[in-house]
Design a protein around this ligand. Structure first.
Ligand code: TAP
Length: 474
């Protein structure tokens, strides 16, 4: 059992003042793997106070000192690689190969890239008539979701450390153990007392406590739009800066000249990776009407090559959903799609054959989808793809941009001018052309209701800074 009923406050594990606990379940086995404490307002106050106390000295460290600290965290993170992979696999149900290639890797890259980004980062600039100083914003509250237990936490912690901002993290209650391991990593890596604190507990107590706390200057949140809205409202009471990384319904625009098999593989990977529990996943394939039949054949073929099942098996690529609740949500969307008149090409409701235990769903593809359908507009957070046809490029772009979201966009094809036209005209924060490689220096964040602010690299550091203008000094 992974049970740990302590919070990490002021450089040590301390007992919770509350007696309530939260059970953590392995979604592949449906078994309890441990318990955490459901923290109290008192626990949070202690953590915020520790962070506040560490602020004067930590915010005055040099960027070279913080670069060294980030490198040391990255090195310690690397030392704990096997443990990280194991805990992510258990609490998220992520296949072990994905826990390594995606989850572990992303977390590591945020620390190493923040260190690298600091090299050229300027905290002071002389602009002739005035000087600009960028100063740490103060104490930051970090609230993270369950879908990428190390990525979501590491990107925030790395940005904050690079900027000299002490933090209080509240990880998702369904995946707290990877974050707790991170606390140990930070400690061993030499993060000063009070600079990193972790308080477990419910969103309603600890999450709300963070968004309303008078001594927290900035809240960085990743999760659902509903909670994001609440955090903005709560933060308004003390005019807090908030950064929100929310949902998406990202388009994959397939051009007329695209290789159909490759396009279908891209679409399949997008819904199968992390079992579709990815805010930036392309969940709408927008394809030329002329290639509808071959694309349908190709996507069936592409999905048939995915192995899903027991996350502990090395060759499994897709595991279960995170929870029974998420399983029910995905089922109801699949029912809605059928009810709305979309054609079920692959999958459907129920569990895949042979996978009775665990929150497994059938990878599902709907065709004959119109963009006004609920399945094309709402974030499902499961392996469900909507295929929508278009007749000309303007229509494709109109469909691509016609949702309340704007987190990511994808385009595949050959003609460079058309690829760039589509990339430039999609209203989203991060565009990927022909499966371009992830760059951890590139900013990540959304337009419209996908959020406010950017993470990763130098943009991620900016979030944790205030800007001061000084006039009259030579
Ligand atoms: P949320 O409910 O938004 O949870 C995200 C984080 O916020 C968790 O740490 C949660 O704590 C906390 N929280 C909950 N209520 C809060 C409140 N009132 N004030 C402050 N913090 C609060 O997301 P979820 O339940 O994990 O997932 C629901 C949906 O969100 C998904 O179906 C998906 O559409 C979307 N989602 C999006 C993303 C990304 S990356 N954009 C990631 C995950 C989920 P507890 O864990 O203790 O509840």
């Amino acid at each position: 059992m992974r049970t740990n009923l302590n919070h990490f406050i002021n450089g040590e594990w301390v007992a919770s003042t509350g007696s309530e606990t939260i059970q953590v379940i392995n979604p592949a086995t449906e078994e309890v793997i441990g318990e955490i404490s459901s923290g109290t307002k008192e626990d949070l106050d202690k953590a915020v106070s520790a962070a506040k106390t560490s602020f004067p000295s930590f915010s005055k460290t040099t960027k070279e000192e913080r670069m060294e600290l980030l490198k040391s965290i990255a090195a310690e993170y690397e030392n704990r690689k096997d443990e990280l992979i194991e805990v992510i696999t258990e609490e998220l149900g992520s296949p072990i190969s994905m826990s390594e290639k995606v989850h572990y890797h992303m977390g590591y890259n945020h620390f190493s890239h923040a260190a690298e980004a600091l090299k050229n980062f300027s905290f002071e600039e002389d602009r002739g008539g005035h000087k600009i100083r960028k100063e740490s914003i103060g104490v930051s509250g970090l609230i993270t979701p369950w879908n990428f237990p190390t990525n979501q936490t590491s990107t925030k912690i790395a940005g904050a450390i690079a900027a000299g901002s002490p933090t209080v993290l509240k990880p998702a209650s369904m995946t707290p153990f990877a974050a707790m391991l991170l606390a140990d990593i930070m400690n061993t890596a030499g993060v000063p007392k009070g600079v990193f604190n972790l308080v477990n507990g419910s969103g309603s107590t600890i999450g709300t406590g963070i968004s309303t706390h008078p001594d927290i200057d900035f809240v960085s949140f990743t999760g659902s739009g509903k909670v994001g809205e609440q955090i903005m409202k709560n933060g308004a009471e003390t005019i807090k800066k908030v950064a929100l990384e929310l949902g998406g319904k990202s388009p994959l625009v397939v051009l007329e000249d695209a290789n159909i098999e490759k396009a279908a593989k891209t679409a399949a990977w997008n819904i199968m990776m992390n079992t579709g529990q990815v805010c930036s996943a392309a969940t709408r394939a927008i394809i030329p009407a002329s290639i509808k039949k071959p694309f349908e054949e190709a996507i069936k073929q592409a999905l048939s090559t995915f192995k899903y099942g027991d996350p502990k098996q090395e060759d499994v690529q897709t595991g279960p959903l995170i929870s029974k609740e998420q399983w029910d949500t995905v089922q109801s969307y699949i029912e809605k799609g059928v009810h709305e008149g979309a054609t079920l090409l692959v999958g459907g409701t129920g569990k895949p054959a042979g996978l009775k235990t665990g929150y497994y769903v059938k990878p599902t593809v709907f065709t004959d989808v119109t963009n006004d359908m609920v399945i094309a507009q709402e974030e499902i957070f499961g392996p469900v793809l909507s295929v929508i046809t278009y007749h000309d490029l303007d229509e494709a772009l109109h469909i691509a941009n016609d949702t309340v979201y704007g987190l990511a966009g994808y385009v595949v094809g050959k003609d460079e001018n058309t690829l760039s036209y589509v990339a430039n005209n999609m209203k989203a924060g991060q565009i990927t052309v022909n499966n371009g490689k992830t760059d951890f220096f590139a900013p990540f964040g959304g337009y419209k209701q996908s959020g406010i602010g950017r993470e990763w690299g130098d943009f991620g550091i900016e979030e944790y800074l205030e800007v001061k203008a000084i006039m009259g000094l030579s």
